[in-house]
Design a protein around this ligand. Structure first.
Ligand code: HEM
Length: 94
């Protein structure tokens, strides 16, 4: 994986963990500056990563407020989720 990606993840501050997050709450956070996505049952605030994404801002924004798991896995299942672990803010609940 590109070293710029690893450097970014080392620089990134760990975000505060909120706890349980409903799908309804998740869906409200669908803007570039407030971009939440779920991935494999957890919720991440992707805003600080968007500009770093080699595949572009739009690809992640397509999933903003919703689930990213399928798109992510279809495109690059080999990219380690450790890269964005610090962006984890909660667990997805119904
Ligand atoms: C947390 C979210 C994501 C992270 C951390 C991430 C990370 C990465 C990384 C490290 C790469 C470069 C390595 C590679 O191509 O194998 C990449 C490329 C790419 N990603 Fe993502 N990705 C995320 C979400 C997504 C989503 C939801 C899509 C939607 C399809 C996507 C589409 C792409 C595409 C198309 C490329 C290739 C860009 C190119 O080679 O020009 N990514 N992503």
């Amino acid at each position: 994986m590109a070293s710029a990606q690893i450097a970014w993840s080392q620089r990134q501050k760990k975000l505060d963990y909120i706890g349980d997050i409903t799908r309804e709450e998740l869906s409200k956070h669908n803007k570039v500056e407030d971009c939440w996505v779920s991935f494999q049952g957890f919720v991440y605030n992707m805003s600080s990563y968007l500009e770093m994404h080699p595949g572009g801002v739009e690809r992640i924004m397509n999933c903003a407020g919703g689930d990213m798991t399928e798109d992510y896995m279809n495109r690059h299942r080999w990219v380690s989720p450790n890269l964005f672990e610090k962006l984890k803010i909660g667990k997805l609940v119904n």
